[in-house]
Design a protein. Structure first.
Ligand code: ADE
Length: 248
């Protein structure tokens, strides 16, 4: 899989790309990440990628020109205003723009994206994007949560790491086995049960005897009950935060 990242802070990605699972995926040839500095596609002396909003108001907006130029130079994509049908490059590449108002990133979305051959991620900064950037390309808007960060770089890293670990062969055998047993990922209906490793006693805290018993049937049963308990606890704390479901 190839992922193109368009950003004004490519340096933020350097340590991220050279450690852990993402580095492993790149080293194995399963993932190629290309970083594009949007400032390289500006023409003014200050290399500015942003400008003040028409109509006034606080903050700065990403200007259209550097983004349009970079997308064309790197991906060969043309804006929908200039082509009757999407260019071949556009249809082969899944274009994703990171913004707080997008669809929330989830495990099912990561699984879908992991099946793509080519993703392109646009990381915004400032207050947002000139609307023409959003209108001219078939973006999928993706958010990592209902909060506002100063830019799309950290959200893009979350997406890249989430996808990288789903590419077949990237996780080692032990890690994939662990993942398979977590078929109930945290956003799904059930929560995970607690886990313990060695030592069996630590600072007066003991691993539950049942996990040391070797009785796999009882261990499974314990895990199932603990999962249910964790799920009920979460439901109860949600009710405290949000109130009971209407009409229930
Ligand atoms: N840019 C700023 N905040 C963001 C968020 N929560 N998700 C995605 N992109 C963002």
């Amino acid at each position: 899989m190839r992922i193109d990242v368009f950003t004004i802070f490519p340096e933020l990605f350097h340590p991220f790309l050279t450690m852990g699972i993402v580095e492993r995926a790149r080293f194995a040839g399963a993932l190629e990440v290309r970083l594009t500095q949007l400032r390289a596609f500006t023409e003014d002396r200050h290399r500015s990628v942003d400008d003040r909003p028409y109509g006034g108001g606080p903050g700065m907006l990403f200007k259209p020109e550097p983004v349009f130029r970079a997308l064309h130079a790197v991906l060969g994509v043309t804006p929908s205003t200039e082509a009757a049908a999407p260019s071949e490059a556009t249809s082969k590449t899944r274009l994703i723009v990171l913004c707080p108002s997008g669809e929330q990133l989830s495990q099912p979305l990561l699984e879908e994206l992991a099946g793509e051959e080519h993703l392109a991620l646009l990381c915004g900064r400032y207050e947002g994007y000139d609307q023409r950037i959003l209108d001219a390309f078939p973006w999928q808007r993706v958010s990592i949560g209902d909060y506002v960060l100063s830019g799309g770089e950290i959200p893009a890293m979350a997406l890249v790491e989430g996808v990288a670990r789903l590419i077949p062969g990237v996780l080692g055998h032990d890690e994939s086995a662990v993942r398979d047993s977590f078929s109930e990922w945290p956003g799904a209906s059930g929560l995970d049960h607690p886990h313990y490793t060695r030592p069996p006693q630590y600072r007066g805290m003991a691993v539950p005897d049942i996990l040391l018993s070797g009785d796999h049937g009882r261990i499974e049963e314990w895990r199932r009950k603990e999962s249910e308990r964790a799920t009920r606890r979460r439901e109860a704390s949600r009710e405290v935060c949000e109130g009971p479901e209407q009409g229930a």
